[in-house]
Each structure stands twice: as C-alpha cells, then as structure tokens.
Design a protein around this ligand. Structure first.
Ligand SMILES: [Zn+2]
Length: 264
C-alpha cells in the first residue's frame, strides 16, 4: 500500500511507544527554579559552566512556561522568529541546582532537595560570573537566593554564600520530580527503558557493570534544550495567543516579564 498525501498517521505494534515516551519527557521538562517575590531559597550548584542559548517564551494556554530554543543558526526555516518576531528572543544560560528549601505545592505536597534548572538571563549571568570568579568554582556550594519582589528575576537578585556542601552526603536526599535519584538509579540499572530516560535527563554514564555512579549529575541540556524541528515548532506555536506574543510584552530585554508571576 502506498502512502497517500498526509503521510503516515499510524504505527502498528508497540515500537512507537519509546518515541512517544521521549516526546512526553521532552514536553514536560525538568522543574525550573522559581522563587516567589519577597522570598528566599537555599540552593546548591551542581555545575558551574552554564550552557547558553537564545530562546523565546511566548504566552501560550494562558501561561509563560513555554521556553523554546530559537532555531536561528540551526535550521534555515526560523519558524519561531518568523512567527514571534526576532526581537522576542533573548539570551540566557542554564545550570543545575538542588533546591534545599522545603516548600509546599498547591496540592499540599512537600518538596525538598529537588533538582532544578536554573535559568539566568544577562543580568543574572553577570552576577553568576562575578560570584564564580571570586571562588574559582561554585560546584558543591550552598547559596541563599533572595528575590526582593515580583519584578525581580525569578532566580533572585541577591545571592549570598552559605557554605560548602558534601555532595556525596546530599546524594541520598536529592530527587527528581519526587523520585529519589538513588531509587531512579536502581530502577535504571534493572530496566533498560528507565536507563534511556535517565540518560535523556542527566549527563551520566553507567560503568562496565551497568551501574550508575552515586553522584548528583547536571541535567542533560543537550537533550532538554534541543530545538524542535521547524515542523514541530510550527505545530507547537499554533497555541500562541497572538495579542500577547508581541515583542514588547515578551521580555526581550531580559527585564521583568509576566512569566515572573508563574510559580514554577
Ligand atoms: Zn527564534
């Protein structure tokens, strides 16, 4: 049977499930560090060489949790800049932190020691560079991140050094989306499909015996932040609220933007 216009819209068997799981994983993304205005959080740096990219964050489905890596320089068809305007893209860097402060979500679940993506726009990147230069490395150090008010950066305006942390002692507490890394590692060592997911999320490799090192790894930015292809991007941008996506309301300058009101 030949394929008609519209291409293949179904798959037989269960082979496609792995790809679907990957798609769901990439849609969900790891939690980002978000500090409520007027509050502080104690965070430990897992790495200290930020991966820097250009991204857009249009308002979609009523929120600003839609960070997407810009396609400029990656594909000839730069769908994001065509649809959202090139000035809506901004420069930012990513690191991995452990959020050591206990907090409750809207459903009343308690969270602590969760791995979070730390996004830094230009101002925060400069601050980070200064802090790192002072100490040569900030890996395994705890800082108090204070966010003065809703208009300041979601990663806080003031970062105060607290102490050096023994990362191997923190490992048993560290968790990812509510699952302790230690349990996730054990599952990955038994189930190949979990190992695939762990490697999708984290920069980590198993040893010759298939065991994962008991360390807190940085996120696998190269998968997590990988740009969509133009076709997926076009589909994805279908949900952009046109009147809200103009560059003027979109924080292209890296200044205070509406996304700061979103508690994630
Ligand atoms: Zn773009």
């Amino acid at each position: 049977m030949t394929t008609q216009d519209g291409g293949s819209w179904y798959e037989t068997g269960t082979e496609g499930m792995g790809a679907e799981q990957q798609r769901l994983d990439s849609q969900q993304g790891p939690g980002r560090l978000w500090i409520p205005g007027g509050k502080a959080k104690e965070c430990v740096f897992v790495d200290d060489e930020p991966i820097c990219i250009h991204e857009h964050n249009p308002k979609m489905n009523g929120n600003y949790r839609n960070q997407m890596t810009c396609l400029q320089g990656v594909y000839d068809e730069v769908v994001c800049c065509q649809q959202l305007g090139p000035s809506s893209r901004y420069y930012c860097g990513y690191l991995t932190v452990v959020d050591c402060s206990e907090w409750k979500d809207q459903r009343g679940n308690t969270h602590q020691y969760e791995l979070r993506l730390l996004q830094m726009k230009m101002k925060a990147l400069k601050k980070f560079r200064r802090k790192k230069e002072d100490r040569s490395s900030v890996i395994g150090t705890m800082w108090n991140f204070v966010r003065e008010d809703d208009r300041s950066s979601t990663c806080g305006d003031e970062w105060e050094f607290r102490r050096v942390v023994e990362m191997d002692k923190m490992f048993p507490f560290a968790n990812f989306r509510g699952t302790k890394l230690i349990d996730l590692w054990t599952e990955a060592e038994e189930k190949p499909e979990t190992m695939v997911r762990v490697k999708h999320w984290f920069q980590i490799e198993a040893d010759a015996e298939g065991k994962l090192p008991k360390v807190i790894p940085p996120f696998n930015y190269f998968e997590i932040l990988k740009p969509k292809d133009p076709k997926d991007m076009r589909l994805h941008l279908g949900a952009v609220e046109k009147d809200e996506s103009s560059p003027s309301s979109n924080g292209s300058s890296g200044g205070p933007v509406k996304e700061d009101q979103v508690p994630f």
